[in-house]
Design a protein around this ligand. Structure first.
Ligand SMILES: [Zn+2]
Length: 158
């Protein structure tokens, strides 16, 4: 039994969970069945992690939402019936990769050129331009018509 099913079974038994400074607090109108309590103890850390993810996903201001969703899906999924193969669908890997490829619309480090696969976190664009001041998304921050670079500038497509 994985943490997601332990959590679902406990909630179906009337147990309510609150995260309080990283600690899980449980309340219930009636004592939960002993096996539910045993399962919760066995999966305590994973259940706490799932509850934290659930809160992160519910918060619209959470900028790591894509990563949190991928982790929640990973923890909710049943164990793989066979050994992992790189070609298998992997929501955790894909979610982490998508989160890693998100770039802000602009940043001040001109050495941090956007890499292949980078997408703008604001518009999902893949065209960037950079000069000695840094890099910008070409859609969110297009080069001004009267742009006069004081040094080299480049445009890249990711
Ligand atoms: Zn953009």
């Amino acid at each position: 039994m994985n943490a997601a099913s332990v959590l679902a079974r406990a909630e179906a038994a009337g147990v309510r969970f609150v995260l309080d400074a990283g600690r899980v607090r449980m309340t219930s109108d009636r004592p939960p069945p002993p096996d539910v309590v045993t399962d919760l103890r066995q999966h305590r850390d994973d259940v706490a992690h799932l509850l934290a993810l659930r809160e992160a996903v519910a918060d619209p201001g959470e900028h790591d939402g894509a990563e949190a969703v991928a982790l929640a899906a990973h923890h909710a999924a049943a164990a793989h019936p066979h050994a992992y193969k790189p070609t298998d669908p992997d929501p955790l890997r894909d979610g982490l990769l998508a989160a890693a490829m998100r770039r802000p619309p602009a940043w001040a480090d001109n050495l941090a050129e956007p890499s292949r696969g980078s997408v703008c976190a604001s518009c999902a664009g893949r065209r960037w331009w950079g000069d000695r001041l840094g890099w910008r998304c070409a859609t969110c921050h297009p080069r001004p018509r009267d742009y006069r670079p004081s040094g080299r500038w480049r445009e890249v497509q990711t």
